[in-house]
Ligand binder design. Structure first.
Ligand code: UD1
Length: 431
């Protein structure tokens, strides 16, 4: 078992390069299945969600060639299956994008229920309703989602809830459907725009991505293209908050400052100095953060995927802050870990009341999910003394080379392999 060991309380200083966006790449890789030839995709982060998605594409018959560490070529001509089994689908939430992509490609998809982070119930009714409106028949049998259509036909799809996943899936299924699809109350996240730009580079006709009405005129065929993934808004935000929480001075490079506005604003409310450049943001902070209230909302609101990291900063603030989670029902499980480090946080339903303390202390802690894991890294970097973080597979799903990146900023951080109870047991038996 791997653990991260951090000796904290060192202000982070220096520069960090942000990688390609996880939530964009996990939509764009399945989208490449819709092309009739080769897509070359650049700025792909080296994270385990990408490794899993590539395995799925290969299992479906696609040729996937690694050009360099961050560039892949996907040849979808050889794809010969519309079935994605549970053994791979269970590892990531975004496996449900294979339903939209395979429906768009074959008018047929059979995909196991998705895995990913647990934030309470994560329904997919809006995805399925969208497919049905486009003319597909959808059933769920034995944990497999079956969707099939004689022909997909454009339709008007109103989303009862703003859903990133459902917006992406309807775009994937509609892009080659006959006629016009209009998605109303669509999600506006940067990765929705990135997916639309990718599909348009392949010959799709999509307008309005980034607003709450997306219009998709179905096209007969999509061709290959070369495309570069946008920088990861959440990875950038994580380093920005880490800089502020450690009283550091960090230049976060390769970002789109417009995507960072809600995070920048909250850091400024907390008293950090945030300077925007064309493609970089510098966060400088000295002294204790100030309290502030945070409410998560769909884009352009404050992202729920930055809520745990921001709560760590507020746990160190002077005064009491309120954090309201309005996207997910259960996204405060990680608070228990922060309490082990001396944080004073009370959770009441979807609200956390954070009474800031002057210092956190190191402790053995656990990454409960991907962004909770990022929050544990920040807490350990800011805390006095030594912390050990377990359950790294969650963090590995979405952060490229984070040990190297934090080390380069001066952190005392390393990844160690320690025998876990099972390993010890196996060794005892072998001995
Ligand atoms: C995506 C992100 C995830 C982020 C979330 C919200 C990816 C791979 N994951 O997840 O990191 O936390 O957006 O920004 O991009 N809902 C329904 N019915 C549905 C679908 C969603 O009621 O069919 C509800 C959910 O319960 C939730 C809200 O809509 O309350 C938003 O969920 P959604 O935007 O769909 O999240 P994901 O796409 O799963």
């Amino acid at each position: 078992m791997d653990k991260i060991v951090i000796n904290g309380s060192i202000p982070l200083k220096g520069e960090v390069n942000i990688s390609g966006a996880k939530n964009a790449v996990v939509a764009i890789l399945p989208a490449a299945l819709l092309a009739r030839d080769i897509c070359r995709i650049e700025n792909i982060p080296e994270i385990s969600d990408v490794t899993t998605m590539v395995k799925i594409l290969r299992q479906l018959g696609a040729g996937v060639k690694m050009i360099d560490r961050n560039t892949l070529e996907i040849d979808a001509r050889s794809v010969n299956s519309y079935i994605v089994s549970n053994d791979l689908a269970k590892h990531l939430r975004a496996s449900y994008y294979l339903i939209g992509a395979l429906l768009g490609r074959f008018n047929r998809a059979k995909v196991a229920m998705p895995g990913g982070c647990w934030f309470g119930v994560r329904p997919i009714d809006l995805h399925l309703k969208g497919f049905e409106l486009l003319g597909a028949k959808v059933t769920i049998d034995n944990g497999m989602i079956n969707a099939s259509a004689d022909k997909l036909v454009g339709a008007s799809v109103y989303m009862d809830n703003v859903s990133v996943g459902a917006t992406v899936n309807v775009m994937l299924a509609a892009v080659k459907a006959k006629g016009l699809t209009i998605i109303e109350n669509a999600a506006r996240e940067p990765h929705i725009v990135d997916l639309a730009n990718f599909l348009n580079s392949m010959g799709a006709d999509i307008i309005g991505a980034g607003t709450d009405v997306i219009k998709i005129h179905g096209v007969r065929e999509l061709h290959g293209c070369t495309y570069s993934i946008i920088p990861d808004q959440i990875e950038a935000g994580t380093y920005m908050v880490a800089a502020a929480a450690t009283g550091g001075d960090v230049l976060v490079k390769n970002v789109i400052p417009k995507h960072m506005e809600s995070i920048t604003k909250k850091l400024q409310d907390c008293g950090a100095e945030v300077i925007e450049y064309d493609e970089a943001i510098r966060v400088r902070s000295a002294g204790r953060p100030m309290k502030c209230n945070v409410k998560t909302l769909p884009h352009p609101g404050f992202p729920t995927d930055m809520q745990p990291q921001m709560t760590v900063l507020l746990a160190l603030a002077d005064g009491m802050s309120i954090v309201s989670e309005s996207v997910w029902d259960n996204r405060f499980r990680y608070v228990e870990q922060l309490q082990r480090m001396g944080a004073h946080i009370n959770v009441e339903g979807k609200v956390a009341i954070v009474q800031g303390v002057e210092r956190l202390h190191g402790a053995p802690i656990r990454a409960d999910d991907l962004r909770a894991g990022a929050a544990m890294l920040i807490a350990a970097l800011a805390a006095d003394g030594r912390s050990e973080i377990e359950n790294l597979s969650h963090i590995d799903r979405g952060y490229e080379h984070y040990v190297e990146k934090f080390s380069a900023l001066g952190a005392d951080i390393c990844r160690v392999n320690v025998p876990d109870d099972d390993d010890e047991q196996r060794q005892d038996n072998a001995g």
